[in-house]
Design a protein around this ligand. Sequence first.
Ligand code: GAP
Length: 514
Amino acid sequence: MKKPDDPLKSVISHAKSYGFIFPSSQIYEGISALYDYGPYGVILKNHLKTYWWEAMVGLRRNIVGLDASILMHPATWKASGHVDAFSDPLIDNKENGYRYRADILIEDFCEKLQQKIDRELEKARKRSGEGFDKDHFLITHPKIIGYQEQKKQILRRMVCSLEKEDLADVKDLIDELGITDPQTGSRNWTDVRQFNLMFQTRIGSLAEESSTLYMRPETAQGIFVNFPQVQKSARMKIPFGIAQIGKAFRNEIIARQFIFRMREFEQMEMQFFIPPGDEMQWYEYWKEVRMKWHLALGLGFENYRFHDHDKLAHYADAAADIEFRFPFGFKELEGIHSRTDFDLKNHQLCSGKKMQYFDSDKNESYVPYVIETSVGLDRLFLGVFSSCLCQETLEDGSARWVLKLPSCLAPVKAAILPLVKKDGLPEMAEKIFDEFKWKYALAYEEKESIGKRYRRQDAIGTPFCFTLDHASLEDQAVTARHRDSMRQERIPIARLSSFLEAETNMAKILKKSI
Ligand code: GAP
């Protein structure tokens, strides 16, 4: 099995050619960082939503769902701190106007130091073989100690300067580190300045009557403002959570890397309400639970890692990312944040409405603390899609693209393929299709050679092809071809339903995920 030479390019082109993701408004040359999900993309995305919703809401008694509106009262964003603090430090290349996030340039510099550390480790592991003591090596090797110290100092200075709003020092740091424009190598930078990421729109029919609204930059605030109503109507007792899947909008400064950083994207967020003082215990709990959920997808333990935040969002007192190995390296996939009582307290203050909970066990009222889990659906899509896509060379020297999705996520579960378009095989195949279409997403193909039909199903991730040949008319069985191994087996039609049920049911991974 081979990973393509330029993995991201192959991912983008495969996603477009096979109907997963298209650039938005392409007939008008597209628009930066906006994408549309095609026929197979929308199904895969829906399966990912189901996987999250079932694990977070369906299978838990202490989490309930919500679907709040995208446009909210503008006071929401003042109270939440987004009007004043939801901004990124921006820097431009004076020569060509290329725009970057200053903090990301610095973090990428530190990532290069980390890669140097990893390379030293790998060399030492090869030299020492079996008995290699990684922990000892990390704290004794002079080069590694140097890189680690440098990384720590750079990040500490960046965080400190950003917290103090000392943007001149962030610029100095970029200059001192000799950070160049990743696209051109130039160092001709402007000053660093802050840029608010919220999109604005207007409500009301006449200009003079209308007022400014914001497109929500996170779904979380819809949960916070509904906290008292959800708690009372669903009769929830703390600790409990409210979960939501929905669109969010950010006018991102850099919008590259395909659907990794979009201006319109979907989040799957859950706010877990707890008594003050219990936050660290629940923070650790949700870090572990969410990592388990990702690992249950079976994409490889080595592709995930935690990253504790050096720079905290304006609402958090602790935060960690679950990072995934995307085609361009380890990057944030999900955030777990300890948000304290920041949001509820500020909404209480600004709205004048009580955002408290009466704890009958403690016989007291308090504003709950919150642990948040927030995963980007599009990032999850990209992680799953890119790590499942591979190119294989077959015995006859030809190549096949195969999307090795977990079966329960595959847009099409099985393709029904009559070997030839005559002799009663299409009729028999259609009968099978009509019988099983109620329960499973199926494809039906009778054109082209069987080899070409297999290749197409491989490329869209269909885990099984059921081929009907002349023998099927006699033995009432089909040849089932397995996508990943290309193994073939004969299965009686009477057993197809139980076969598909066992192979494609999401319950299998859900059981491992919580
Ligand atoms: N409510 C907390 C919050 O929004 P965040 O770390 O800014 O926290 C959470 O975002 C997740 O949303 C990220 O881990 C990422 O998966 C996703 N996300 C954020 N910005 C995104 C963007 N521009 N495009 C795609 N996904 C994004």
